[in-house]
Design a protein around this ligand. Structure first.
Ligand code: SAM
Length: 246
């Protein structure tokens, strides 16, 4: 998978060199490109923003640098001729979740367009739809200063789903928000007793069936308690929780 980032703050993406994404890039699983949008601004001050038509507070990102940046980054992107996907991070986009991460993990080339100021001139998004698949994605119902943090969060959720990325692919199967929709059960490690708190006996029993049943019951309990919206109404009405295969 190739990932490109268009931003006026390239330093935000230094964490991509760390930990698993860094290793995946070194091993060739990921191809990363971070680009300063100002490279495609041609005036003396490398201007990427201007005042909004119609008036109002703040500045809007100008279309021309984005147009040139897309032309260059898309042509370098996909070896197989498959269309690239441009991800605009925006609080007015579709809410990011695990399903969307799974969908994006099937793409060959993602280009993250990171907004700043009051956002990007609408014509950039309209233009992008003609040259690529476009997804407008929100991290949640709050406003950040820029799209960089959102792009990093989406990246991390997507690349850990790529085959070969995780050392142990089984870690992905039982996670919160994985297929089945439940939150994950509580987890424990050594020591067996800490600060007067013991690991639940069943986890020490060696009885795999009992452990699986306990984990499933805990996952259902935790989901009902913390995120009842993840359970279907029929489940809540008759008290029978969704059964997820464990
Ligand atoms: N004026 C915009 C609005 O009200 O929708 C907010 C602009 S925000 C200050 C600047 C940039 O931060 C946005 O263009 C977007 O790229 C990014 N951003 C802010 N909140 C975000 C969120 N919840 N999810 C994804 N990106 C976000």
């Amino acid at each position: 998978m190739r990932l490109d980032y268009l931003t006026i703050f390239p330093d935000f993406f230094a964490p991509l060199e760390l930990s698993l994404p860094g290793k995946a890039a070194a091993s060739g699983l990921l191809d990363l490109g971070v680009h300063d949008l100002r490279r495609w601004a041609h005036d003396r001050h490398r201007t990427v923003d201007d005042t909004p038509y119609g008036g109002g507070a703040g500045m809007v990102m100008k279309p021309e640098p984005w147009g040139e940046a897309f032309a260059e980054v898309l042509s370098a992107g996909s070896d197989t001729g498959e269309r690239s996907t441009i991800v605009f991070t925006t609080p007015s986009g579709e809410r990011f979740d695990q399903r969307l991460a799974e969908e994006l993990s099937t793409r060959e080339h993602l280009v993250f367009a990171c907004g700043r100021y009051e956002g990007i001139d609408q014509r950039v998004i309209d233009h992008a739809r003609e040259i690529a698949e476009v997804r407008e994605i929100s991290l949640g119902d709050y406003v950040l200063n820029g799209g960089e943090v959102a792009a990093l969060a989406v990246t991390e959720a997507v690349v850990r789903l790529l085959p070969g990325f995780m050392g142990n692919a089984a870690s992905l199967v039982e996670e919160s928000h994985a297929e089945g929709g439940l939150l994950e059960y509580p987890v424990y490690t050594k020591p067996r007793s800490w600060e007067g708190r013991d690991v639940p006996d069943v986890l020490l029993s060696g009885d795999h069936g009992a452990i699986a049943r306990w984990r499933h019951a805990e996952a259902v309990r935790r989901t009902a308690e913390r995120r009842p919206d993840l359970l279907t109404p029929s489940v809540l009405d008759d008290g029978t929780p969704i059964v997820r295969a464990v």
